[in-house]
Design a protein around this ligand. Structure first.
Ligand code: SPV
Ligand code: MG
Length: 542
C-alpha cells in the first residue's frame, strides 16, 4: 500500500493511532522496527540534531534532504512537521510537490508566521497567521499534491498563543473548509483539558491529531475515549539520543577508558545491521566482478614439511620465509591483489606460529594423522559460490591466479604442460587430460581425466602436472560437496589428498576443465626448492 494511503487510513481509522518522532535515517529505521505504523518528522528534532534552533534555521531544502534519507530506509509513512510551510502559499506549493517526489506521505503546517518559534518558547508572544492567508496555503498545498492520498494536517496554535476555545474552533473550521485532511490541536498545558474540550466541540468533523508532550502523564485511554485519531509522540528519539550521548561522553571522559561504556551502548555489529550491511554483501555476490561472485580462497597449510628438517621445527612450512617474506604472507598478498579477501587457512602443525593478518585460520586438530582432504573438510563451511583451493606451499606468478579467475567453469584446474624433467615418475600430481596442450588454440576446451603418479586409465605420457590450484564455482560447489561425502565414507579418507578429490569428481562425471599453463610456479618440498624459491620470488612487481 502506498505510504500516502497508509497515513490517510491511519487518520481516518476508528481507532487511535500513534506515530513517533524520528530525525534521520537511523532513528526512522528504529521507529519502524519496533512496530510503529508511522513517523513524525519533527521540526524540533530535525533542527536539534544539528544543534540549530527550531526557528527555521534549517532551510527547507535541508529538511527535505533529511527526509529523503528517512523515506529511503522505511516502508511506513512519514508525516513531516512542515512548520509554516516555509513561506507563503507559493513556497507551500513547491514543498508539497517536492515531498511527493521523495515519498513523504503528508505534511503538517501550523498557523504561525515564518520564521516560526517552537510552541514551547514564549508561546503566548507568538503572532498567529491571518486565517484567510493560512487557508490559501492549505488550498495551494492540496492543489499541488500529485497523489490523491497525500495528507495536509492543519495545526491550530490558538491555545499556544493564549487564545481561547472559540478562536481555536473558528480556525479549525476554516482550515477544514479549506481542505485540510485533519486538524492538529496543540496545547502547552500539563493537563489535557484544552484538547479534550476542543475534541468534544469538534465532534469528529475531521480527524483530530494531538501532541501530548506537555500533558504526557495523561493515560492513553483518555485520548482513545476522546476519539483522537492520531497521537504524535513528538521528540522522544532526539531526547533519548541526548541523554545517552551525555552519559557515554561523560563516562569515557572521566574514566579515560571505554570499558564501562562498552556494555551500555549498541555494538558496532548493530550499526552494521541497521545500515543493512548484509544486503550489500549479498548484492556483491550478484554484481561484483561484472556480475560474478566475490571469490574466496582456502589454503591448505596443515603439514609440517618434514623434508625441510630443522627449519620447520618451530613453524609450519608455510611460514618459512622466501626472500624474507613467509610463503603464506606472499600467497595472501597475491589473493588480495586479485580482490580475494575472504581467505581461509587450514592450519595444523605449529598453527600457533601462524601470525599473518588477512585470513581466517582454522585448525585441523587431527593434522598429525590426516591428509589434505581432512583439512579441506574442516573448511567446508567457508566455501562460497566461487572458491579457489590451493596448496599452502605453492609459489606462483600473479597472472596464473588472474587467468584462473578469468575463465568461466564450474570446476577448473591449472595444469602445467611444460616438460618437467626429473619430476615425472615421482610426483603424484601428474595430470592426464582429454587432450594435450595445443598452444595454438586460445581457451582450448580440455577436461581432466586423472591426477596421480601413474596412469590408471591410460599408458600414455601425462599431459602435464596439476599445479595445486583448483577453482570451484557455482554448481561446482555441489559437485565437490557430493564427491567429498563419497570419499568420507571410505576407510582411508584420512590419508587422501586433493588429487583423490579431483579423480572422484571425474568418476562422478564432473571432470574439471583444464587451463594449461607453462611454468611460472613452484612448490616447496625440500631445501633445494627453498633455495630456488628466493630467486623465483625476487621479481619486481610480484
Ligand atoms: C515538533 O516536534 O517540532 C513540533 C511539536 O512541532 S512541538 O515541539 O511540540 O511544537
Ligand atoms: Mg515543530
Amino acid at each position: 500500500m502506498r505510504k500516502t494511503t497508509q497515513l490517510k487510513n491511519m487518520l481516518n481509522s476508528k481507532q487511535t493511532e500513534f506515530i513517533l518522532e524520528a530525525h534521520n535515517g537511523l532513528s526512522a529505521r528504529v521507529v519502524e522496527e519496533v512496530g510503529f505504523k508511522g513517523i513524525w518528522g519533527s521540526g524540533l528534532a530535525l533542527s536539534a540534531q544539528h544543534a540549530v534552533r527550531d526557528n527555521n534555521e534549517l532551510s527547507w531544502t535541508q529538511v527535505v534532504e533529511q527526509l529523503e534519507f528517512m523515506t529511503d530506509v522505511t516502508t511506513i509513512p512519514i508525516l513531516l512537521d512542515g512548520d509554516t510551510g516555509y513561506g507563503d502559499f507559493n513556497n507551500m506549493r513547491r514543498l508539497v510537490r517536492k515531498l511527493g517526489q521523495i515519498g513523504v506521505a503528508g505534511v503538517c503546517i501550523e498557523d504561525k508566521l515564518f520564521p516560526k518559534t517552537n510552541s514551547f518558547i514564549q508561546g503566548e508572544a507568538q503572532p498567529l497567521e491571518d486565517i484567510q492567508t493560512f487557508c490559501g496555503k492549505i488550498q495551494a498545498g492540496k492543489d499541488s499534491q500529485s497523489d490523491d492520498d497525500f495528507s495536509i494536517v492543519a495545526r491550530v496554535e490558538a491555545f499556544i498563543a493564549g487564545w481561547g476555545l472559540n478562536e481555536a474552533l473558528k480556525r479549525a473550521e476554516a482550515y477544514h473548509a479549506a481542505g485540510a485532511d485533519a486538524i492538529l490541536i496543540h496545547s502547552k498545558h500539563s493537563q489535557p483539558d484544552e484538547v479534550l474540550e476542543f475534541a468534544v466541540e469538534w465532534a469528529n468533523r475531521s480527524p483530530l491529531v494531538i501532541v501530548p508532550t506537555k500533558y504526557y502523564a495523561t493515560p492513553t485511554e483518555v485520548f482513545e475515549q476522546a476519539g483522537i485519531s492520531l497521537v504524535i509522540w513528538a521528540n522522544h528519539m532526539i531526547r533519548t539520543c541526548i541523554s545517552a550521548m551525555q552519559a557515554t561522553a561523560a563516562n569515557i571522559h572521566h574514566t579515560r577508558s571505554l570499558v564501562e561504556s562498552e556494555g551500555c551502548i549498541a555494538t558496532v555489529s548493530e550499526i552494521f545491521r541497521l545500515q543493512g550491511a548484509d544486503e550489500l554483501l549479498e548484492a556483491e555476490k550478484r554484481y561484483a566482478r561484472g556480475g560474478g561472485h566475490p571469490v574466496s580462497a582456502i589454503v591448505l597449510a596443515a603439514s609440517r614439511g618434514g623434508d625441510l628438517g630443522d627449519l620447520t621445527r618451530e613453524k609450519p612450512k608455510v611460514m618459512l620465509p622466501v626472500a624474507g617474506v613467509p610463503m603464506l604472507r606472499r600467497q595472501i598478498d597475491k589473493f588480495k591483489k586479485q580482490g580475494i579477501n575472504d581467505i581461509t587457512v587450514v592450519a595444523g602443525y605449529r598453527h600457533d606460529a601462524i601470525n599473518v593478518q588477512g585470513a581466517e585460520i582454522l585448525l585441523n586438530e587431527q593434522w598429525a594423522s590426516t591428509g589434505e582432504l581432512a583439512s579441506l573438510a574442516c573448511a567446508m563451511e567457508n566455501f562460497t559460490d566461487d572458491t579457489v583451493i590451493i596448496y599452502g606451499d605453492l609459489l606462483f606468478r600473479s597472472y596464473l591466479l588472474h587467468n584462473l579467475l578469468d575463465w568461466d567453469a564450474d570446476l577448473l584446474v591449472a595444469v602445467d604442460s611444460s616438460p618437467l624433467p626429473g619430476v615425472v615418475g615421482n610426483a603424484n600430481d601428474l595430470a592426464w587430460c582429454s587432450a594435450a596442450d595445443n598452444r595454438a588454440m586460445y581457451q582450448q576446451k580440455v577436461t581432466l581425466n586423472q591426477v596421480s603418479s601413474v596412469s590408471e586409465s591410460s599408458d600414455r605420457e601425462p599431459d602435464g602436472r596439476w599445479i595445486g590450484m583448483v577453482r570451484v564455482k557455482g554448481q561446482g560447489g555441489e559437485y565437490l560437496r557430493c564427491a567429498m561425502k563419497k570419499l568420507q565414507q571410505k576407510q582411508d579418507f584420512n590419508s587422501l589428498g586433493l588429487p583423490d578429490l579431483l579423480n572422484q569428481l571425474v568418476q562422478d562425471g564432473h571432470s574439471p576443465q583444464v587451463q594449461y599453463v607453462n611454468g611460472h610456479w613452484m612448490d616447496i618440498n625440500n631445501l633445494d626448492d627453498l633455495e630456488r624459491a628466493g630467486a623465483f620470488e625476487n621479481i619486481p612487481g610480484e
